[in-house]
Write a protein that binds this ligand. Structure first.
Ligand SMILES: *Cc1c(COP(=O)(O)O)cnc(C)c1O
Length: 351
């Protein structure tokens, strides 16, 4: 391969830019477990303010942020209400059961969204036989649903219904900033309706490590204790937090470029025989493009192996479903090259 592969497996693959590395090198450091890490504290204050909440906690991963919310709010035997394709169900190793002893009531609906009636219908009766309905989880953007964005009005009514039913409402906002940029709204358009939110700095924002859990001061104090228990309390973590601060300052607005590149890629996929794009190129919501494979192209695994030979990395999200994600480290030119490689791989498979 003369040119390096174009990595569209995930927006987690980005390397810190030189400017981000410089910000990391310049960060004042302390010991976060001893309570004097100035850069971590600055990041926590910054993301709490962005979300309009009292406090935040810097953690190693989005999974830990979600699981700390669950552990801080739920008791063993409690039930969480979430879409059946949620990250917490599909990709967090059964952690709600393993770490918090929780059941999950699974909802269905287009692109990872659902309606207020669905929430109401999932609430358990207050009866000694039933688990206690405790938390409502809304994923925004919704990853497996297609990088979908909840419309603000629908989000607000669903969250309000959850609260009216006595639930703690949590956003899995690993890509909340993508949703906000897609709709040109501030994060508070969503966060004002909920009790807690997790945000990843290591996805489209391009930082190397870390996420935050954001919420009330009392929730975050509880989560801080569980972060220690889960082994996620870190020391000179300001080194990493500095990259996240840099990302919040410089990499939010540019997510629009990733969204434009996703639509560009989608146009190329839509015109490739053997591939059926999910949605239309103009309605790709954020930075993810999904397509299904004609049976003649083999399984998603086969096709991704073939794509790799043509210099494009992607991953299967289902037996015949492939996901491609645009990010900071792929340019419009890379996308055009990827489109040509995809067309060549499909043509070869059909031959
Ligand atoms: C990536 C992701 C997470 C967190 O993943 P980590 O790899 O643990 O950081 C959580 N929710 C969604 C929707 C995600 O896409």
């Amino acid at each position: 391969m003369q040119t390096p592969p174009i990595d569209l497996r995930s927006d987690t693959v980005t390397r810190p830019t030189m400017a981000m590395r410089e910000a990391m090198m310049a960060a004042p450091l302390g010991d976060d477990v001893l309570g004097d890490e100035p850069t971590v504290q600055a990041l926590e204050a910054k993301i709490a303010a962005i979300c309009g909440k009292e406090a935040a906690l810097y953690v190693p991963s989005g999974t830990m942020a979600n699981q700390l919310a669950i552990r801080s709010v739920c008791e063993p035997g409690d039930e969480i209400i979430a879409h059946k394709e949620s990250h917490i169900i599909q990709y967090e190793t059964g952690a709600p059961a393993a770490l918090s002893g929780c059941m999950i009531a699974m909802l269905d609906g287009p692109g990872g969204t659902f309606a207020p009636e669905d929430v109401r219908a999932a609430i358990r009766p207050k009866d000694q036989h039933a688990p206690i309905s405790k938390m409502l989880l809304l994923e925004n953007t919704h990853n497996k649903g297609g990088g979908t964005v909840w419309p603000v009005d629908q989000f607000a009514t669903v969250a309000a219904e959850g609260r009216a039913c006595g639930l703690h409402v949590h956003i899995d906002g690993a890509r909340l900033m993508n949703a906000c940029v897609a709709l040109s709204v501030a994060p508070t358009a969503f966060t004002q309706h909920v009790d807690s939110v997790s945000v990843c700095f290591s996805k489209g924002l391009g930082a190397p490590v870390g996420s935050a859990l954001v919420g009330s001061a009392s929730l975050i104090a509880r989560a801080r204790r569980f972060r220690k228990m889960f082994g996620g309390a870190m020391r000179q973590s300001g080194l990493l937090a500095a990259a996240c601060i840099y990302a919040l300052d410089h990499h939010v607005a540019r997510l629009a470029d990733d969204h434009a590149n996703a639509r560009r890629l989608a146009r190329q996929i839509a015109s490739t025989p053997g591939l059926s794009l999910e949605g239309s190129p103009d309605t790709i919501p954020t930075n993810m493009v999904f397509f299904k494979l004609d049976a003649r192209l083999g399984t998603a695994k086969d096709f991704c192996a073939r794509l790799a030979q043509h210099g494009v990395a992607a991953i299967g999200m289902g037996p015949a479903r492939v996901r491609m994600v645009t990010h900071l480290d792929v340019s419009a030119n890379d996308i055009d090259r990827a489109g040509e490689a995809i067309a060549r791989a499909a043509k070869e498979a059909l031959a």
